[in-house]
Design a protein around this ligand. Structure first.
Ligand code: CLF
Ligand code: SF4
Length: 289
């Protein structure tokens, strides 16, 4: 890659205003999520995408916006909230939708002051780095649930890459390998990375510290361990309790800073996350963010 790393000082100042990278910013600064990315290229067993107004969870948006509608949403949000971050968090996979790139282009042109952020499963991250760099994207969250393909085949149904669909262990191997390559190159290119890991009791729950260690050595900024909400194809799993999450976070903190305030936002959330009430329903599903 030919890119120069961003200035560490500039990036540090920027992160102080990112509500998902700084506890203080979480209570003070806002994000606007733009639901421009409906398609996905993998299948996680805990994922169910929906369009509605009522469910307060990732993977849900009232409707899919065009890039132009998304730009208007940013402008409206800036009038109401202290917005510092524009995020694309689905409701599908950001990098599997061309609209993600078009939206960042419009935001960069009209609001270059805002941090550009997105979440991804990482499958296409390596292939997208040059484009993302040109669009001045700043922060990337990759959902990494395991480093082990045997565990991965229990979490993912399939992966589709270059019009071919892979299943089972082979699918997990491809995803895990491409996540590693993508994160490594994204950090080299100067992006700031967060890893989200869904804690799935009995499946990957004993692997959180392994993920933390591996990716901290690569240079990620922060990790966010998220409790599985057991429904959809994972409805038979127990939900992790607070003690389990705390224990995992303490272990992982030995390697990398932990983000503990995640709101499991909707794909069209807007406002200051730390000031939003959260009424999680039991009959919901976890997704990414
Ligand atoms: Fe959105 Fe995610 Fe960027 Fe934040 S959300 S794309 S990093 S701007 Fe934040 Fe919401 Fe948790 Fe995500 S509280 S679900 S961690
Ligand atoms: Fe795709 Fe994200 Fe759903 Fe997984 S959680 S299937 S990556 S949209």
């Amino acid at each position: 890659m030919k890119f120069l790393p961003q200035s560490k000082k500039t990036e540090g100042l920027r992160l102080e205003r990112h509500p998902c990278f700084s506890d203080a910013a979480h209570m003070k600064w806002g994000r606007v999520h733009l639901a421009v990315a409906p398609m996905c290229n993998i299948s996680c067993k805990y994922c169910l995408r929906k369009l509605n107004k009522v469910e307060d969870r990732p993977g849900v948006a009232e409707k899919i916006l065009t890039p132009e509608e998304a730009l208007k949403k940013v402008e409206d949000a800036k009038k109401k909230f202290p917005i510092t971050v524009v995020g694309i968090a689905g409701p599908g996979e950001s990098l599997a939708n061309e609209e993600t790139f078009k939206t960042f282009e419009l935001v960069d042109k009209h609001h270059p002051d805002l941090i550009k952020c997105f979440s991804t499963n990482g499958l296409l991250l390596l292939d997208s780095i040059e484009r993302l760099k040109k669009l001045n994207v700043n922060t990337i969250t990759v959902t990494v649930n395991t480093l082990d393909p045997t565990t991965g085949e229990k979490i993912y149904n399939f992966v589709t890459l270059d019009s071919k669909t892979y299943k089972g262990k082979e699918a997990a191997e491809i995803l895990i390998k491409r996540q590693i390559e993508g994160v490594r190159e994204a950090i080299k290119a100067g992006f700031t990375l967060k890893i989200n890991s869904v804690y799935i009791p009995g499946e990957n729950s004993d692997q959180m510290d392994e993920i933390a260690k591996f990716y901290s050595e690569m240079g990620i900024e922060i990790m966010n361990i998220i409790p599985l909400i057991p429904i959809h194809e994972m409805s038979g799993y127990p939900a992790p309790n607070c003690e389990e999450l705390k224990e995992a976070r303490v272990k992982c903190e030995a390697y990398v800073k932990q983000f503990k305030k995640c709101k499991q936002c909707r794909a069209d959330a807007v406002g200051v996350p730390g000031l939003e009430p959260k009424h999680k329903k039991v009959d919901t599903e976890y997704f990414h963010g």
